[in-house]
Write a protein that binds this ligand. Structure first.
Ligand code: GLN
Length: 452
């Protein structure tokens, strides 16, 4: 009830939830109480959660914040969310996001911008972005409108909003969380993960969200440790790599200092710090912005006005397709579809898509090389703190630069966590990122907990 009331009070200004489910939440909570009274119950019994609007929820509108999905109400549940309900969690509602998860500022949603609950402390009261694409998830957690939230990360959409809102977000190794019932953006990069108030909460959420799933052909069949055990475990003797290519030009001095601070803290805790090089890092962003739109153009071909959501009539099939897609998709999604279709087209495929896939292999090899030597990498999460809404919305190229530190982990399929470490001179949160070896989320949790 407290969370339902908090949402009612704060959501009109934050716009974090796009669907509020007060009655459903109270009913789920009552059932949870009953289970507990009988001495039954799961590990998330009664925990009120928010769900990013790209996880299909049975009987609850799911739109990926795109007009093209209209009032689409899935007849089935995503694996990630059913795992949560099985353990007793309560659904407060569906959370705002960039349309189809394309964006870094939550300004491309059909439901409008999300406002970051944080403001600058210098009297400039400009509304700030919570980051994106999981801006609703991050803002809701930061503003205590849920205990934790689900999110998804294709190029940084869990970690960057976590960094901009002072929350913890982890993207697990590709294949840990099932993509079944998640609206697809770029299938070889998409991974689900939590945004939470603490490293421990994130570990608990990830424990439940991940599972092997026959319904997702890329789901891994591997042992899953209890990640909460890694939180607070000693880091002494761990080797932490600091990649020199992440010292990008134009990074605010305060972020540089924060990074150094993190390095010093880990050194004090007994870690060995190793300077490392990931030489292909500079190609990661261009490769990502070829691979992701290419996969998106294929995944989003299904929105044709026939099978889902809205249809705009026209003279003949082709007119129906184009009218539906011209009206149903926003500007950023259309931009990605044009890029994606272009890089896959005959004559350009070799020059762009194939080349980007080769670069992707090089980036993976860079990581494999340094992970022969170190246990985890420490970097900033985002090159900036929260910026003002509207500041970059007309400047896609600068917007894409926001993902410079996060896309590498997606291209290589590695786990990455963002942990809030300090605030800058304007009082805005800044996060650091820990990237681990494939399947070594434990190292991410250990190091993040040390920095928390
Ligand atoms: N900002 C990146 C993009 O727009 C990443 C988004 C994501 O991780 N879903 O593609």
């Amino acid at each position: 009830s407290a969370f339902v009331q908090a949402i009612e009070a704060a959501n009109p200004s934050l716009n974090a939830y796009v669907t509020e489910l007060p009655e459903k939440a109270i009913a789920m909570a009552r059932q949870s109480d009953e289970r507990r009274a009988k001495g039954e119950g799961g590990v998330l019994e009664g925990a009120p959660l928010g769900i990013k609007d790209l996880f299909c929820t049975e009987g609850v509108r799911t739109t990926a914040c795109s007009s093209i999905l209209g009032e689409f109400t899935p007849p089935y549940e995503s694996t990630v969310t059913s795992n949560l309900w099985r353990e007793g969690a309560v659904m407060l509602g569906k959370l705002n996001m960039d349309e189809f998860a394309m964006g870094s500022s939550n300004e491309t949603s059909r439901f409008g911008d999300v406002t970051n609950p944080w403001r600058r402390n210098d009297g400039n009261n400009a509304k700030l972005t919570p980051g994106g694409s999981s801006g609703g998830s991050a803002a809701a957690v930061a503003a205590d409108l849920c205990l934790a939230a689900t999110a998804s990360d294709t190029g940084g959409s869990i970690r960057q909003p976590a960094s901009l809102t002072g929350t913890v977000g982890i993207k697990p190794t590709y294949g840990r969380a099932s993509r079944y019932g998640m609206v697809a953006f770029a299938s070889s990069l998409d991974q689900a993960g939590p945004i939470a108030k603490s490293v421990k909460d994130a570990a608990l959420m990830l424990n439940v969200m991940c599972s092997h799933d026959d319904k997702d052909s890329t789901s891994l069949k591997v042992a899953q440790p209890d990640w909460t055990k890694a939180v607070g475990a000693p880091v002494k003797g761990m080797k932490i790599g600091v990649p020199k290519e992440y010292r990008v030009e134009g990074m605010p001095e305060e972020l540089e200092k924060l990074w150094q601070q993190g390095i010093d803290w880990l050194k004090d805790a007994g870690c060995e710090i190793v300077d490392v090089s990931l030489p292909h890092t500079k190609y990661a962003l261009p490769a990502y912005y070829i691979v992701a739109p290419a996969e998106a153009s294929s995944n989003l071909a299904r929105y044709d006005g026939m099978r889902y959501g809205v249809r705009k009539e026209g003279e003949g099939l082709s007119a129906i397709y184009s009218n539906t897609r011209a009206e149903g998709f926003g500007a950023e999604v259309q931009r990605r579809l044009m890029i994606g279709t272009y890089v896959l087209s005959a004559g350009y495929y070799d020059a762009y898509y194939l080349r980007a896939q080769k670069v992707r292999t090089k980036i993976l090899q860079d990581f494999q090389n340094v992970f022969q030597e170190v246990d985890a990498l420490l970097t900033p999460t985002s090159p900036s703190t929260a910026f003002a809404l509207g500041e970059l919305s007309d400047d896609p190229l600068t917007m894409y630069l926001n993902d410079v530190f996060t896309v590498t982990a997606n291209l290589a399929g590695l786990p990455g966590i963002s942990v809030p470490v300090a605030t800058d001179h304007l009082g805005l949160p800044m996060g650091l990122q820990v990237i681990g070896k494939a399947l070594d989320e434990e190292a991410c949790f250990k190091v993040a907990a040390q920095l928390e």
